[in-house]
Structures are given as structure tokens and as C-alpha cells.
Ligand binder design. Structure first.
Ligand SMILES: Nc1ncnc2c1ncn2[C@@H]1O[C@H](COP(=O)(O)OP(=O)(O)O)[C@@H](O)[C@H]1O
Ligand SMILES: [Mg+2]
Length: 590
């Protein structure tokens, strides 16, 4: 079962013209610089042609015995022409790379900024790897095109036309030979390439499969080891590896023989040119210098075409990449605040859910007719089995998702009538999935309130019972956490997340299984801190262990998206229903 996530195989762009237009829009601001690049390309291409043509007068002056003076003059002239060519090439490269890297910079910025505006829903449907590859593969492909393709196309076009003109000017018969040979050479190489395209595709697919398998095995290394799957993994990988080898051999062989075939055809052309040219020299008074440059041109003539066809694949993958980047940029951002959306001030924390119905997908209802009333400062608990919809309720309170039916109000104002920033700054939250950023412990806790002083942070850490273990870290509060805090235990990560919520002064607090990975003893220790954390705040707490919700003002028992029982601990026990079963161990929370 190799690779769940497949690498993107080279794709053809769907709407080349529109994508091209959009890329050009990015280039539009550099119009003047692009004109400079264009002029440089013209200069370097023309000087290359002129330089190669200088062979003719030079050779002729030697053969004709025109003396050393003429020769030196011609040589110096040729030297100057090439010097100009070098300067123009240098300058063109420098300007172009700067333009293209700035375009990539802008694209990365647009893309990142866009991601910050996308609704949570977007991230439900797109894996991290997939989004990351917009930044890596796709933007890289565009970089390849912008860095090189544009100038190569310009210079190839000029060289092609220029060489042809010079050939005709030098000798029409020799030109004819090359022009007749050219289609044969093109046909041969495109024929082979077309054939190899098929193998390239299967090579890419095999590569993606093998990579997927490697990725899966590395990220699941512990599972592989504990279930003794090493040998099986080796065997399976070896099979994929073999498959990859076979496909690569075929693809590489075919693309490898394009070159020799071309060289041979080129040699035939070369021989024909030489023979006919020599005859023309002897019988028709064609000059030796002319023969030399003609032979040279006959070899060079096909090169621009080769260059262009090489650029084609770069351009196609760049366009496909651009298309994928633009697709993200075109995603619907999180709904903007209503025009007259209000900013909440001095929130008391009265939260009302009135007949709320919601489903992540319209056709599958997850929450049904949820109603509840939380007075400012009350503690409301949700209990219920996994998948009952507890986290979903918190997702609605923070407006990560909009409700389909019903009303949610804070201090009497409906969620959709208030500014999102204002709503979210009224809520502190400890998510079920903890998250720490790369940075020091201090910075990670301060994420909850950026203007918190060091003392505030330490007080928050003490509330979350994490001061002790933070002190024991190598650099205490200045210890840098990396990789989502991979050097901490899951429980410690949760405590830091609680500290982050504790440093915030938001009037509404949501704790989603905030202590699920903390042992009971530590949990008892933070109980006091938790009480302090919740003091004066409306708190929604989802808990794994019933002991932590016992003192809630109201406990909601959720089952399949419905509140089936509600009341305080004592009431619920008397009801002898589901809660009673849970509390007495007749039924278990999973
Ligand atoms: N992002 C999502 N997209 C679609 N369905 C989801 C999503 N998150 C949760 N669900 C579904 O919603 C239901 C409730 O999930 P959740 O609220 O997370 O349960 P829990 O009570 O364990 O916190 C589950 O059936 C789950 O499959
Ligand atoms: Mg949950």
C-alpha cells in the first residue's frame, strides 16, 4: 500500500492563453527592464552572428595574401564584436534573473497572504503536502521558465532568422542543402521524443509511487518497527525500485539516442555541405572564407530549433505550475465581515445558541437543533462519545464555519453581525490538536496576547502548571521549540497550549479536551490553576474525564449531534440516563 499522497506528475496546462496573460500581468511592472533585456538579447545575438561571419574576411585575407595589417585589423574588429557580445549577455542575464526572482517573490507573497485569508474549510479539503508543493515545485517550475526560457526564445528566434539570412547571403546552394536536411533531422528527433514521452510519463508515475512509499515508511517508522514490518517494507520497496529502474532505462535510453541520431544526421549534412562547397570553390570561384562560414552555419542552423523544443517542456510545466498557483489565488476567501459589522467592546460573555443546525457538507447534518444559554462567567461542559459533535460546536463559536440554521449570539449580537477579528479576540481556545510554533517557550505562550509582559507569561505558565518543567528545560523560557515542540511530551505541549490561553484576557474560554494527554495527578494539580483560568470567564469545556466537569454549571450530554441530556452533575445523576451510565462506568467515553 505505497504512497497515499502522490507527487504531481508533469501536467499540461488547461488554459494556456489565460495563464500566460496572468503571468504577463506579473511582468507588466518591469516593462522598461524587459525592454532593456530584449535590447541586450538583440545585441548579443547579432554580435554572435557578426562575429562568426568575420571568419570569412579573415580567411579570405589570409588566402588572398592581403598582408598582416588587414588580418590584425579584422582580428581586432572580431575581438571587439565578441567583447560587446559578452557584456550584453552578462547584463541581460543579470537583469532577467532579478526580474524573475522578484516575480517569484511576489507570487510567494500573494500565495502566502491568500492562504491566511482562506477559510478553515479550504484546509479540510487540501493536504499540507499539496499546498506546500504550490510553494516548492510549482513556483520553481515558473522560476525555470522566467530565468531562462524568455531570453532563450528571443535569442533563438533572432539566431535562426539571422543565420538563415547570412547563409542565403553567403551561398544559396549550400543553404538549399541545409534547408532540405532540416525537416529530416526534426522529424527524426521529434519522432523519438514522442515515443519516449510515453516512457517518461510512466517513469514519473513510478518515481512518485516510490517517493510516496519512502515518505510513508519514514513518517511511520515507529509503526513499521513495532509491527516488525522492516523486511516487508524492504521487499515492497525493492519491487517499486525495480519497476522504477526498468521504466527509467527505457525512457533514458530513448531520450539518450536522440542526440547521437541528430549528430549523425548533422554529420551527413556537414559532409554534403563540404563536398558541394568544395566543388563550388573549384568550379565556380566560391571563396574559401565563404565555404568556412557556410559549413559553420549549416551546423548551427538546427540549434535554435533544438533550443526551442527544449524550452517547450520547461514552459509547459511552468504553465501547469502557474495554473495551480493561480487556482489557489482564485479561491474564495473567508467571507468578509458585513458592511455594518460591529466591534464587540467590554464583552460580558453571554453566549446563546438558538436551534443551531450545522453540517460540514450540506447533505450531512452533524449538529441538530442545539440550543443553550450560557450566562456570563458560567462553565458549560460538553460530554459525549467521540464523533458526537463536541469539537464542531466550538468550531461554530469561533466562526470557523458558518451555521446553516439557527442563531448564535454573544452579548445579544449575532456572530455574523460582528467583526471576525473582534469575535476571535474575545475567545481564548485550547484546541484538541495542540500546536506550537518554532520559537522560544516564552514566544509560544505570548502568542495568546502579544503585549503580555514576561511576568504575565510566567504567571500563565504557573496557572497551567508548566512553570516547573519549563524551568528544567536547557534554557528555561528561552528554550527554542522546534518541529511542533517535538522535544516535549504530548502532555507538556498541552500545558503550554493552556498557558497560551491563560495569558490571554479574552472573556470567553474554550477548552477542547485540553488535558486529555495529561496524567490524572498533574490534572489534579492544575485544577486550581484551571479554576483561576476560568474565573470570570464564560467557559466551554469538553472533557475526557468526567471528574473535570463535575463542578460545571451545566453539563450537556451530546449524542449524534443532539443534546440528549442537560443539567448539573447532581441532576444528571438523578436522571439515571446516559450521564449516569457514563459516571458509574456502565458506559464508557472513548
Ligand atoms: N472538517 C470536517 N469535515 C467534515 N466532517 C467533519 C469535520 N470535522 C469533523 N467532522 C465530522 O463531524 C462529526 C463530529 O466531529 P467532532 O465534532 O470532531 O466530534 P467530537 O465530539 O469527537 O469532538 C464526526 O462525524 C466527524 O466525522
Ligand atoms: Mg473533538
Amino acid at each position: 500500500m505505497p504512497g497515499g499522497r502522490r507527487q504531481q506528475v508533469h501536467q499540461k496546462p488547461k488554459d494556456t492563453k489565460a495563464t500566460m496573460k496572468r503571468i504577463l500581468k506579473y511582468l507588466d511592472v518591469y516593462r522598461v527592464k524587459l525592454i532593456i533585456v530584449f535590447l541586450c538579447v538583440v545585441v548579443s545575438s547579432v554580435t554572435t552572428l557578426a562575429g562568426s561571419y568575420m571568419i570569412r574576411p579573415i580567411l579570405n585575407s589570409v588566402v588572398g595574401g592581403e598582408g598582416i595589417g588587414v588580418l590584425v585589423r579584422n582580428l581586432i574588429f572580431m575581438g571587439c564584436v565578441y567583447a560587446i557580445c559578452v557584456v550584453a549577455t552578462f547584463y541581460q542575464k543579470q537583469v532577467m534573473v532579478k526580474i524573475s526572482q522578484t516575480v517569484l517573490y511576489t507570487m510567494r507573497k500573494d500565495l502566502f497572504d491568500k492562504l491566511q485569508t482562506l477559510p478553515v474549510r479550504y484546509f479540510d479539503g487540501h493536504s499540507t503536502g499539496e499546498i506546500m508543493s504550490r510553494f516548492s515545485n510549482d513556483i520553481d517550475n515558473m522560476g525555470n521558465m522566467l530565468d531562462n526560457s524568455i531570453t532563450v526564445i528571443m535569442s533563438s528566434a533572432i539566431s535562426f532568422v539571422g543565420t538563415f539570412a547570412l547563409m542565403v547571403y553567403t551561398n544559396i546552394w549550400l543553404t538549399l542543402i541545409t534547408v532540405l536536411m532540416l525537416p529530416v533531422m526534426i522529424k527524426a528527433s521529434t519522432g523519438i521524443l514522442k515515443h519516449s514521452q510515453k516512457y517518461f510519463k510512466s517513469q514519473q508515475a513510478a518515481l512518485a509511487t516510490a517517493n510516496g512509499y519512502i515518505e510513508e515508511t519514514i513518517s511511520g517508522q515507529k509503526v513499521v518497527k513495532v509491527f516488525n514490518h522492516e523486511e516487508i517494507a524492504k521487499r515492497e520497496f525493492s519491487q517499486l525500485n525495480k519497476d522504477l529502474r526498468e521504466k527509467q532505462v527505457r525512457a533514458q535510453f530513448l531520450s539518450g539516442i536522440v542526440m547521437p541520431v541528430n549528430v549523425n544526421l548533422n554529420n551527413i549534412n556537414y559532409a554534403l555541405n563540404t563536398v558541394v562547397g568544395a566543388y563550388l570553390c573549384i568550379a565556380r570561384g566560391f571563396d574559401i572564407g565563404g565555404l568556412a562560414v557556410s559549413i559553420n552555419y549549416s551546423r548551427q542552423f538546427g540549434r535554435p530549433i533544438n533550443e526551442l523544443s527544449n524550452q517547450m517542456s520547461t514552459i509547459l510545466s511552468a504553465l501547469a505550475g502557474a495554473e495551480r498557483v493561480f487556482a489557489v489565488l482564485d479561491e474564495q476567501p473567508e467571507k468578509a465581515d458585513r458592511e455594518n459589522a460591529v466591534t464587540l467592546e467590554h464583552v460580558r460573555g453571554e453566549v446563546i445558541l438558538d436551534n443551531v443546525t450545522f453540517g460540514y457538507n450540506p447533505d450531512k447534518v452533524i449538529l441538530k437543533n442545539i440550543s443553550l444559554y450560557a450566562k456570563p462567567g458560567q462553565k458549560i461542559a460538553f460530554v459525549g462519545s467521540t464523533g458526537a459533535g463536541k469539537t464542531t460546536i466550538t468550531n461554530l463559536l469561533t466562526r470557523f464555519y458558518d451555521i446553516a440554521d439557527g442563531r448564535i449570539t454573544i452579548d445579544g449580537v449575532e456572530l455574523r453581525d460582528m467583526k471576525k477579528d473582534s469575535l476571535r479576540s474575545s475567545i481564548a481556545m485550547v484546541l484538541q490538536d495542540t500546536h506550537l510554533f518554532t520559537g522560544t517557550v516564552m514566544e509560544n505562550i505570548r502568542y495568546g496576547r502579544l503585549d503580555a509582559t514576561d511576568e504575565d507569561v510566567i504567571r500563565a505558565a504557573k496557572i497551567a502548571n508548566s512553570h516547573g518543567f519549563i524551568k528544567r528545560l536547557p534554557k528555561g523560557y528561552d528554550t527554542v521549540l522546534e518541529g511542533d515542540g517535538s522535544n516535549l511530551s504530548q502532555g507538556q505541549r498541552q500545558l503550554l497550549n493552556i498557558a497560551r490561553a491563560a495569558v490571554s484576557t479574552a472573556p470567553i474560554l474554550i477548552l477542547d479536551e485540553a488535558t486529555s494527554s495529561v496524567d490524572t495527578r498533574t490534572e489534579r494539580q492544575i485544577d486550581k490553576g484551571m479554576d483561576e483560568l476560568m474565573k470570570g470567564r464564560t467557559t466551554f469545556v469538553i472533557a475526557h474525564r468526567l471528574s473535570t466537569v463535575r463542578n460545571a454549571d451545566a453539563i450537556m450530554v451530546l449524542e449524534h449531534g443532539e443534546i440528549i441530556e442537560r443539567g448539573n452533575h447532581v441532576d444528571l445523576l438523578q436522571m439515571k440516563g446516559r450521564y449516569y451510565q457514563l459516571a458509574t462506568g456502565a458506559a464508557e467515553l472513548d
